[in-house]
Design a protein around this ligand. Structure first.
Ligand code: PAF
Length: 286
Protein backbone atom coordinates (compact mmCIF):
# COMPACT_ATOMS: atom_id res chain seq x y z
CA UNK A 1 0.00 0.00 0.00
CA UNK A 2 1.36 3.44 -0.93
CA UNK A 3 -0.17 6.90 -1.10
CA UNK A 4 -0.58 8.07 -4.70
CA UNK A 5 0.26 11.63 -5.63
CA UNK A 6 -2.74 13.41 -7.18
CA UNK A 7 -1.88 15.63 -10.13
CA UNK A 8 -4.38 18.01 -11.67
CA UNK A 9 -2.47 19.73 -14.46
CA UNK A 10 -1.15 18.39 -17.72
CA UNK A 11 2.34 19.92 -17.63
CA UNK A 12 3.21 18.71 -14.14
CA UNK A 13 2.00 15.23 -15.08
CA UNK A 14 3.97 15.16 -18.31
CA UNK A 15 7.17 16.42 -16.68
CA UNK A 16 6.96 13.83 -13.91
CA UNK A 17 6.60 11.00 -16.40
CA UNK A 18 9.40 12.27 -18.65
CA UNK A 19 11.75 12.80 -15.68
CA UNK A 20 11.15 9.28 -14.42
CA UNK A 21 11.63 7.81 -17.89
CA UNK A 22 14.95 9.67 -18.15
CA UNK A 23 15.98 7.84 -14.98
CA UNK A 24 15.25 4.57 -16.81
CA UNK A 25 11.85 3.83 -15.28
CA UNK A 26 9.14 2.18 -17.36
CA UNK A 27 5.72 3.74 -16.88
CA UNK A 28 2.37 2.00 -17.31
CA UNK A 29 -0.81 4.03 -17.78
CA UNK A 30 -4.40 2.99 -17.01
CA UNK A 31 -6.94 5.55 -18.27
CA UNK A 32 -10.30 5.41 -16.48
CA UNK A 33 -13.44 7.42 -15.85
CA UNK A 34 -13.32 6.51 -12.15
CA UNK A 35 -15.96 4.53 -10.25
CA UNK A 36 -13.30 1.87 -10.12
CA UNK A 37 -13.88 -1.85 -9.75
CA UNK A 38 -11.90 -5.08 -10.02
CA UNK A 39 -11.83 -4.75 -13.83
CA UNK A 40 -9.82 -1.54 -13.46
CA UNK A 41 -7.58 -2.90 -10.72
CA UNK A 42 -6.79 -5.92 -12.89
CA UNK A 43 -5.38 -3.44 -15.44
CA UNK A 44 -3.43 -1.67 -12.69
CA UNK A 45 -2.04 -5.00 -11.42
CA UNK A 46 -0.98 -6.00 -14.90
CA UNK A 47 0.69 -2.61 -15.38
CA UNK A 48 2.42 -3.00 -11.99
CA UNK A 49 3.74 -6.40 -13.03
CA UNK A 50 5.12 -5.10 -16.32
CA UNK A 51 6.30 -1.57 -15.42
CA UNK A 52 8.20 0.25 -12.66
CA UNK A 53 5.48 2.82 -11.94
CA UNK A 54 1.78 3.10 -12.72
CA UNK A 55 -0.24 6.21 -13.39
CA UNK A 56 -4.05 6.06 -13.50
CA UNK A 57 -6.21 8.85 -14.83
CA UNK A 58 -9.67 9.59 -13.47
CA UNK A 59 -11.63 11.80 -15.82
CA UNK A 60 -15.28 11.50 -16.81
CA UNK A 61 -14.91 12.62 -20.40
CA UNK A 62 -17.89 14.72 -21.52
CA UNK A 63 -17.09 14.49 -25.23
CA UNK A 64 -17.73 10.74 -25.43
CA UNK A 65 -21.30 10.97 -24.08
CA UNK A 66 -24.22 11.73 -26.37
CA UNK A 67 -26.77 14.40 -25.38
CA UNK A 68 -29.26 11.75 -24.14
CA UNK A 69 -26.62 9.67 -22.36
CA UNK A 70 -25.64 9.38 -18.70
CA UNK A 71 -22.81 11.96 -18.33
CA UNK A 72 -24.53 13.78 -15.46
CA UNK A 73 -25.43 10.68 -13.49
CA UNK A 74 -22.26 8.70 -14.28
CA UNK A 75 -21.09 7.42 -10.83
CA UNK A 76 -18.29 9.50 -9.27
CA UNK A 77 -16.53 8.75 -5.96
CA UNK A 78 -13.00 10.13 -5.91
CA UNK A 79 -12.22 9.10 -2.31
CA UNK A 80 -13.18 5.46 -2.89
CA UNK A 81 -11.15 5.44 -6.13
CA UNK A 82 -8.16 6.99 -4.37
CA UNK A 83 -8.21 4.35 -1.61
CA UNK A 84 -8.51 1.50 -4.08
CA UNK A 85 -5.61 2.80 -6.18
CA UNK A 86 -3.53 3.25 -3.01
CA UNK A 87 -4.13 -0.43 -2.18
CA UNK A 88 -2.80 -1.33 -5.63
CA UNK A 89 0.32 0.83 -5.27
CA UNK A 90 -0.46 3.31 -8.03
CA UNK A 91 2.18 6.05 -7.88
CA UNK A 92 0.27 8.90 -9.55
CA UNK A 93 -3.38 9.70 -10.12
CA UNK A 94 -3.97 12.17 -12.93
CA UNK A 95 -7.31 13.83 -12.16
CA UNK A 96 -7.68 16.96 -14.27
CA UNK A 97 -10.82 19.07 -14.35
CA UNK A 98 -12.74 19.56 -17.56
CA UNK A 99 -11.07 22.89 -18.44
CA UNK A 100 -7.65 21.33 -18.12
CA UNK A 101 -8.48 18.76 -20.80
CA UNK A 102 -10.82 21.00 -22.85
CA UNK A 103 -9.60 24.60 -22.41
CA UNK A 104 -12.20 27.31 -23.09
CA UNK A 105 -12.53 27.78 -26.86
CA UNK A 106 -11.25 24.26 -27.53
CA UNK A 107 -12.24 23.11 -31.02
CA UNK A 108 -10.01 20.18 -31.94
CA UNK A 109 -11.35 16.64 -32.33
CA UNK A 110 -9.88 13.41 -33.67
CA UNK A 111 -12.09 11.56 -36.17
CA UNK A 112 -11.43 7.92 -36.95
CA UNK A 113 -13.09 5.85 -39.66
CA UNK A 114 -12.63 2.07 -40.13
CA UNK A 115 -13.15 0.37 -36.74
CA UNK A 116 -14.95 3.42 -35.34
CA UNK A 117 -17.75 3.22 -37.92
CA UNK A 118 -19.98 0.19 -37.23
CA UNK A 119 -21.80 -0.86 -34.06
CA UNK A 120 -21.08 1.64 -31.26
CA UNK A 121 -19.98 4.16 -33.88
CA UNK A 122 -23.36 3.99 -35.60
CA UNK A 123 -25.46 3.85 -32.43
CA UNK A 124 -23.52 6.48 -30.49
CA UNK A 125 -22.55 9.19 -33.02
CA UNK A 126 -19.51 11.13 -31.86
CA UNK A 127 -18.65 8.61 -29.14
CA UNK A 128 -15.40 7.36 -30.63
CA UNK A 129 -14.34 10.83 -31.68
CA UNK A 130 -14.68 11.77 -27.99
CA UNK A 131 -12.79 8.66 -26.87
CA UNK A 132 -9.97 9.16 -29.40
CA UNK A 133 -9.65 12.85 -28.56
CA UNK A 134 -9.38 12.28 -24.82
CA UNK A 135 -7.10 9.23 -25.10
CA UNK A 136 -4.79 11.26 -27.35
CA UNK A 137 -4.76 14.17 -24.89
CA UNK A 138 -4.27 11.87 -21.91
CA UNK A 139 -1.36 10.19 -23.68
CA UNK A 140 0.21 13.58 -24.27
CA UNK A 141 -0.02 14.35 -20.56
CA UNK A 142 1.03 10.86 -19.49
CA UNK A 143 3.50 9.76 -22.18
CA UNK A 144 3.72 6.26 -20.72
CA UNK A 145 5.55 3.31 -22.26
CA UNK A 146 2.45 1.11 -22.19
CA UNK A 147 -1.26 1.87 -21.91
CA UNK A 148 -3.74 -0.75 -20.65
CA UNK A 149 -7.34 -1.29 -21.78
CA UNK A 150 -9.95 -3.90 -20.92
CA UNK A 151 -11.28 -6.24 -23.61
CA UNK A 152 -14.90 -5.57 -22.61
CA UNK A 153 -14.76 -2.39 -24.71
CA UNK A 154 -13.43 -4.35 -27.67
CA UNK A 155 -14.29 -1.77 -30.31
CA UNK A 156 -12.70 0.97 -28.22
CA UNK A 157 -9.46 -1.01 -28.16
CA UNK A 158 -9.53 -1.33 -31.97
CA UNK A 159 -10.16 2.41 -32.31
CA UNK A 160 -7.27 3.29 -29.97
CA UNK A 161 -4.94 0.88 -31.75
CA UNK A 162 -5.89 2.43 -35.09
CA UNK A 163 -5.18 5.93 -33.76
CA UNK A 164 -1.84 4.90 -32.22
CA UNK A 165 -0.79 3.34 -35.55
CA UNK A 166 -2.03 6.17 -37.75
CA UNK A 167 -0.55 8.98 -35.65
CA UNK A 168 2.66 7.09 -34.91
CA UNK A 169 2.22 7.46 -31.15
CA UNK A 170 5.11 6.02 -29.19
CA UNK A 171 3.12 3.81 -26.81
CA UNK A 172 2.40 0.09 -26.61
CA UNK A 173 -1.30 -0.78 -26.29
CA UNK A 174 -2.09 -3.80 -24.10
CA UNK A 175 -5.51 -5.46 -24.04
CA UNK A 176 -6.39 -7.32 -20.84
CA UNK A 177 -9.09 -9.96 -20.29
CA UNK A 178 -12.63 -9.13 -19.20
CA UNK A 179 -13.17 -9.43 -15.45
CA UNK A 180 -16.52 -10.94 -14.45
CA UNK A 181 -18.49 -11.13 -11.25
CA UNK A 182 -19.22 -14.56 -9.76
CA UNK A 183 -22.52 -14.61 -11.65
CA UNK A 184 -20.71 -14.00 -14.96
CA UNK A 185 -21.72 -10.37 -15.44
CA UNK A 186 -18.82 -8.39 -16.92
CA UNK A 187 -17.71 -5.70 -14.46
CA UNK A 188 -18.74 -2.22 -15.51
CA UNK A 189 -19.27 1.03 -13.63
CA UNK A 190 -22.75 1.08 -15.18
CA UNK A 191 -23.74 -2.14 -13.33
CA UNK A 192 -24.40 0.20 -10.39
CA UNK A 193 -27.55 1.38 -12.22
CA UNK A 194 -29.12 -2.13 -12.17
CA UNK A 195 -31.85 -3.00 -9.69
CA UNK A 196 -31.64 -6.40 -8.01
CA UNK A 197 -34.02 -8.01 -10.47
CA UNK A 198 -32.33 -6.37 -13.47
CA UNK A 199 -29.01 -7.63 -12.18
CA UNK A 200 -30.40 -11.18 -12.16
CA UNK A 201 -31.70 -10.77 -15.70
CA UNK A 202 -28.35 -9.35 -16.81
CA UNK A 203 -26.65 -12.68 -15.97
CA UNK A 204 -28.27 -14.01 -19.14
CA UNK A 205 -25.83 -11.98 -21.24
CA UNK A 206 -22.80 -14.06 -20.31
CA UNK A 207 -24.83 -17.28 -20.23
CA UNK A 208 -25.88 -16.52 -23.82
CA UNK A 209 -22.29 -15.80 -24.85
CA UNK A 210 -21.11 -19.07 -23.31
CA UNK A 211 -23.85 -20.95 -25.12
CA UNK A 212 -22.76 -19.22 -28.34
CA UNK A 213 -19.17 -20.32 -27.80
CA UNK A 214 -20.29 -23.93 -27.28
CA UNK A 215 -22.45 -23.83 -30.39
CA UNK A 216 -19.61 -22.25 -32.36
CA UNK A 217 -17.28 -25.08 -31.32
CA UNK A 218 -19.94 -27.66 -32.24
CA UNK A 219 -20.06 -26.14 -35.73
CA UNK A 220 -23.63 -24.82 -35.61
CA UNK A 221 -24.47 -22.39 -38.43
CA UNK A 222 -23.62 -18.77 -37.60
CA UNK A 223 -27.14 -17.40 -38.09
CA UNK A 224 -28.50 -20.13 -35.79
CA UNK A 225 -25.96 -19.32 -33.08
CA UNK A 226 -26.91 -15.63 -33.26
CA UNK A 227 -30.62 -16.43 -33.25
CA UNK A 228 -30.31 -18.58 -30.12
CA UNK A 229 -28.53 -15.74 -28.33
CA UNK A 230 -31.17 -13.22 -29.39
CA UNK A 231 -33.95 -15.59 -28.25
CA UNK A 232 -32.28 -16.11 -24.89
CA UNK A 233 -31.92 -12.37 -24.29
CA UNK A 234 -35.41 -11.50 -25.53
CA UNK A 235 -36.91 -14.17 -23.26
CA UNK A 236 -35.54 -12.16 -20.29
CA UNK A 237 -36.88 -8.89 -21.75
CA UNK A 238 -33.42 -7.69 -22.66
CA UNK A 239 -33.60 -5.32 -25.62
CA UNK A 240 -30.84 -5.96 -28.14
CA UNK A 241 -28.91 -3.30 -30.06
CA UNK A 242 -26.73 -5.92 -31.71
CA UNK A 243 -25.76 -9.55 -31.15
CA UNK A 244 -23.40 -10.49 -33.97
CA UNK A 245 -20.49 -12.74 -34.78
CA UNK A 246 -17.84 -10.66 -36.53
CA UNK A 247 -14.19 -10.74 -37.50
CA UNK A 248 -12.31 -9.68 -34.37
CA UNK A 249 -10.40 -6.86 -36.09
CA UNK A 250 -12.37 -5.72 -39.14
CA UNK A 251 -15.69 -6.14 -37.27
CA UNK A 252 -17.18 -7.40 -40.54
CA UNK A 253 -19.81 -10.13 -40.40
CA UNK A 254 -18.36 -13.60 -40.81
CA UNK A 255 -19.81 -15.95 -43.37
CA UNK A 256 -19.84 -19.75 -43.12
CA UNK A 257 -16.98 -20.02 -45.61
CA UNK A 258 -14.70 -17.79 -43.53
CA UNK A 259 -15.49 -19.19 -40.10
CA UNK A 260 -11.86 -20.23 -39.62
CA UNK A 261 -10.90 -16.55 -39.20
CA UNK A 262 -10.52 -15.01 -35.71
CA UNK A 263 -14.02 -14.16 -34.55
CA UNK A 264 -15.77 -12.46 -31.68
CA UNK A 265 -19.40 -12.40 -30.55
CA UNK A 266 -20.36 -8.80 -29.73
CA UNK A 267 -23.44 -7.86 -27.72
CA UNK A 268 -24.92 -4.50 -26.82
CA UNK A 269 -28.27 -4.55 -25.06
CA UNK A 270 -30.52 -2.80 -22.60
CA UNK A 271 -31.56 -4.25 -19.25
CA UNK A 272 -34.23 -1.83 -18.10
CA UNK A 273 -32.75 1.58 -18.83
CA UNK A 274 -29.14 0.41 -18.48
CA UNK A 275 -27.15 -0.21 -21.62
CA UNK A 276 -24.54 -2.97 -21.31
CA UNK A 277 -21.94 -4.36 -23.70
CA UNK A 278 -20.12 -7.67 -23.56
CA UNK A 279 -18.28 -10.05 -25.86
CA UNK A 280 -16.57 -13.41 -26.15
CA UNK A 281 -13.70 -14.42 -28.43
CA UNK A 282 -14.53 -17.49 -30.48
CA UNK A 283 -11.74 -20.01 -30.94
CA UNK A 284 -10.41 -20.30 -34.47
CA UNK A 285 -11.66 -23.45 -36.22
CA UNK A 286 -8.72 -24.52 -38.34
O1 PAF B 1 -12.97 3.05 -21.14
C1 PAF B 1 -13.06 4.13 -20.52
O2 PAF B 1 -13.20 4.18 -19.30
C2 PAF B 1 -13.01 5.43 -21.29
O3 PAF B 1 -13.60 5.30 -22.54
C3 PAF B 1 -11.58 6.01 -21.42
C4 PAF B 1 -10.68 5.09 -22.22
C5 PAF B 1 -10.98 6.23 -20.05
C6 PAF B 1 -11.63 7.35 -22.14
O4 PAF B 1 -12.41 8.28 -21.45
Amino acid sequence: MSTPLVIRDRNTMRNLILTNQTMGRRIGFVPTMGSLHAGHTSLVDRAMAECDDVVTSIFVNPSQFGPQEDFERYPRDFDADFNLLAQHDVRWIFAPDVHEMYPPGDSTRIEISGPAEPYEGQLRPGHFSGVATIVFRLLQSTPANTVYFGAKDWQQVLVVRQMVRDLGLDVEVMTCPIVRDKDGLALSSRNAYLSESERTRAQTIYAALQQAEENWCRGLAIDKIELKVRDMLSAREIRIDYADIVHDESLRKISEVSRNTPAIFLIACHVGSTRLIDNILLPSQT
